[in-house]
Design a binder for this molecule. Structure first.
Ligand code: ADA
Length: 553
């Protein structure tokens, strides 16, 4: 499943879910693996890191152009159609597509060469405090296109004197070698925006823009997440040739006086950091388990979630739209020091990730913040240039949402003036025993306020401590569930009662696997990051009740 709702009535598409032939480059044996899933599910590939080929035969029922859509392949993909190269893509966590023109009716072969290995080529997927799985981990499909198709329609709502208005930016592609004249209609909230007789030049994309007033629109909020379809239709000679349905919600985000406002009402963000990782299924989480995660979060009183540390499966974002959970989504870069950022591929891989994240997720009302570069080299002048570049890139793509970045470069960060929202990862009394919580918090906030954050909101973006599920003891020592609950209790009490903070994101929702490479196993018992309030199967530790006590107050 690509999305939670029908995205086309006219354009035909077929999901490529099911069994694919699978072969690693280390053996000639062919297996049948389910797509989408991580290859680590198969006993022969529990820890396989390397290259593999997936293949599938399809039957195309008419002469046409095809669009192959992949929501996530971990981490590098080379896609072939009938052995002809179609598209190369790097990054497990962003979607991509490839167009194959002039396909004839009949049987065809799709092959995807997948690589999850660590090397100099990969600047973002490195041995890390989370696991880089292998395989076609998110849904994929092929779509049948005529000569022209709707690539996307972006909608930006805004409020003017109490009335909702909105701007549309549509991109239409003409795949043929002839110029075309088309009509185009966008329907939203009972309004039709009609573009008559638009010339589409051959082999190129055309951008269309419009603005409209929506007197009757109801706002999207955490309490009532009202959603609307944006239905776009493309006509040639009065016949429908393509359509695209996306969803939006009417909401605004503003930042002032250290606070965050959604629809002009102040919100205090309460939530978890969440990795896309689940016992048994890894990073390829079935819909019902995604729903379970959101329902658990809502039950504990969360109103927000931070996607640590990469763009998420769009199905999860659809669910956040639908259930009313505000989202901090960020590009893929965790804990990179300057030498990592100086990898020649780093800047381009980050740039692509930001482009694909914003291009694809632009319309989701639940996303209220774009983040970058978690705990990267923000203490260095070279790092600062890269932070600046990425914030500028985001602002060029989207001015409607604030930006942020979570730092741990205490007292040395030189990038705090750059984003709209400042964010702090701090593990008081877990990693740093020498300072009590209160003093740690007070000193750090004072430094942030004097280092360019001015009256920007400050989010406590990570804090917590580890506990092994089931390890309980009256001494309340580190790694016990009791100690973790104490840490969470003290932090939430302190941070949520301070007028200096605009939100809290606990590290982390559930335990996640970490790579054995990179020495992580030395501080990560079971090769897991055990700071989850739930274990990897979502069994609650004692701290779950503590979270509920604070979040539901
Ligand atoms: C960091 C980092 C997280 C995680 C955490 C921890 O702040 O952002 O990804 O590694 O520390 O558990 O230490």
């Amino acid at each position: 499943m690509l999305r939670l709702f029908e995205t086309h009535y006219a354009r035909k598409y077929t999901l490529l879910e099911g069994l694919w032939d699978f072969k690693t480059n280390t053996s000639n044996k062919t297996y049948k693996l389910y797509v989408p899933s991580c290859w680590e599910q198969h006993p022969n590939f529990y820890t396989y890191r390397g290259k593999a080929e997936y293949t599938k035969e399809i039957y195309v029922n008419e002469d046409c152009n095809l669009r192959l859509v992949f929501k996530g392949v971990s981490h590098t993909a080379d896609v072939y159609f009938d052995d002809n190269f179609v598209v190369h893509h790097y990054n497990a966590y962003t979607p991509f597509d490839g167009i194959v023109k002039n396909v004839k009716k009949g049987f065809h072969k799709i092959s995807v060469n997948v690589d999850n290995s660590f090397s100099e080529d990969s600047a973002l997927h490195i041995p890390n405090d989370y696991y880089t799985y292998g395989g076609i981990i998110r849904s994929c499909a092929y779509e049948i296109l005529k000569d022209c198709y709707i690539k996307n329609v972006k909608f930006t709502p805004y409020l003017e004197n109490g009335t909702w208005k909105g701007k549309f930016n549509a991109t239409i592609v003409n795949l043929s070698s002839e110029n075309k004249n088309i009509d185009f209609n966008i329907n939203l909230c009972d309004k039709n925006i009609f573009f008559k007789d638009v010339l589409l030049n051959s082999d190129s994309s055309t951008e269309l823009e419009a603005e409209e007033v929506f007197e009757n629109a109801e706002e999207w909020s955490f309490d009532i997440p009202k959603l609307y379809n944006i239905t776009s239709t493309l006509y040639e000679n009065e016949t429908t040739v393509d359509d695209l349905i996306d969803r939006t919600g009417f909401r605004t985000i503003e930042i002032k006086n250290k606070k965050i406002f959604v629809n002009q009402k102040e919100v205090y963000l309460k939530g978890f950091n969440r990795h896309e990782d689940y016992g048994n299924v890894g990073a390829s989480i079935p819909l019902q388990l995604m729903i379970k995660d959101i329902d658990i979060m809502l039950d504990l009183g969360c109103n927000a979630v931070r996607f640590s540390h990469y763009p998420n499966d769009e199905l999860f974002i659809d669910l956040c739209d639908e259930k009313g959970l505000m989202v901090w989504e960020e590009n893929h870069a965790r804990g990179l020091y300057l030498p990592d950022m100086l990898n020649p591929n780093f800047e381009k891989q980050c740039e692509d990730c930001i482009n694909e994240m914003i291009e694809n997720h632009y319309n989701h009302p639940s996303i209220i913040v774009w983040g970058i570069l978690n705990e990267c080299a923000s203490e260095t002048p070279e790092g600062r240039e890269m932070y600046k570049k990425q914030y500028n890139q985001i602002k060029e793509l989207d001015t409607s949402r604030p930006t942020t970045s979570a730092t741990c470069r205490y007292f040395t960060d030189i990038c705090l003036d750059l984003p709209d929202i400042a964010a702090l990862n701090i593990y008081s009394e877990w990693y740093f025993d020498d300072k009590p919580y209160e003093k740690d918090f007070e000193d750090t906030i004072e430094w942030m306020r004097n280092s360019g954050t001015d009256d920007k909101p400050i989010i406590m973006s990570e804090f917590g401590g580890a506990a092994i599920y089931g390890f309980r003891e009256p001494q309340r020592r580190k790694w016990s569930e009791e100690r973790q609950a104490d840490i969470i209790d003290r932090c939430l009490e302190l941070y949520m009662n301070s007028t200096e903070t605009a939100g809290v994101f606990i590290w982390q929702f559930a335990d996640c696997q970490v790579t054995e490479e990179g020495d992580w196993y030395k501080t990560r018992v079971r090769c897991h990051n055990n700071k989850g309030i739930f274990d990897e199967y979502r069994r609650p530790k004692l701290a779950a009740d503590t979270v509920k006590k604070h979040f539901k107050k």
